[in-house]
Design a protein around this ligand. Structure first.
Ligand code: GTP
Ligand code: MG
Length: 194
């Protein structure tokens, strides 16, 4: 994918605030602070189109971005151990669920996992849930730059086994080195524009 333009469209909490569904869409989900926003920035060759932070829970709304006026990328708030007030966190589940269930133009969900962490029930449930709603999942293992090549392979194997998926479907990625950027784009193009 040659990115000619990438722009912020709008933020939303509820369906009435979503932008008009003009283009096929891909959403980015994962635990808080895993690197969702950084991954989107890497894909569109921008440093700060999407706000990133070392503080978990930076992204608190559903943020819509438009690429080449042909495709829409959606940054979701993270789940898990966000250091945000419980009152805010309680609203995220339904907010994300409503979006994932109901958005008619949503073609793929990129689930981003930290390569150093073995996924647990939360991730497994999320994948099962996506299947139930017939959402195509693209699995990305990010922060690969933090490991040696040997350890990356070992971690990919362990994560594949933990999730019960073929490890070859897990894309190794790094926002720091841009490893895997073209693989993520290929998977997105297949799922979203294919
Ligand atoms: P929330 O919006 O809070 O859920 O976080 P997020 O998943 O959007 O993560 P974000 O992209 O803000 O990144 C969180 C932290 O991880 C930042 O300090 C990033 O610089 C760092 N980070 C993200 N991706 C990578 C990566 O591939 N490698 C390394 N080394 N650091 C990364
Ligand atoms: Mg974020």
């Amino acid at each position: 994918m040659i990115v000619k333009s990438a722009e912020f469209v709008t933020s939303a909490v509820k369906a009435a605030q979503y932008p008009e569904a003009r283009h096929p869409e891909a959403a980015f989900a994962g635990r808080s602070n895993v690197g969702k926003s950084s991954l989107i920035n890497t894909l569109v060759n921008r440093k700060r189109l999407v706000k990133t932070s070392s503080t978990p829970g930076r992204t608190q709304l559903i943020n819509f971005f438009s690429v080449n006026d042909a495709l829409s990328l959606v940054d979701l708030p993270g789940y898990g151990y966000a250091k945000v007030p419980a009152s805010v966190r309680r609203k995220w589940g339904p907010m994300i669920e409503t979006y994932l269930k109901g958005r008619e133009t949503l073609k793929a969900v990129v689930l981003i996992l930290d390569i150093r962490r073995t996924p647990g029930l939360e991730e497994q449930n999320f994948i099962d849930w996506l299947e139930l709603y017939h959402r195509t999942a693209i699995l990305v293992l990010t922060k690969a730059d933090k490991l040696s090549k040997t350890d990356r392979k070992k971690r990919r194997q362990a994560i594949g086994a933990a999730l019960g998926v073929d490890e070859s479907t897990l894309i190794l990625f790094s926002a720091k080195t841009r490893l895997g950027k073209s693989e993520v784009w290929s998977a997105l193009e297949r799922a979203v524009l294919g």
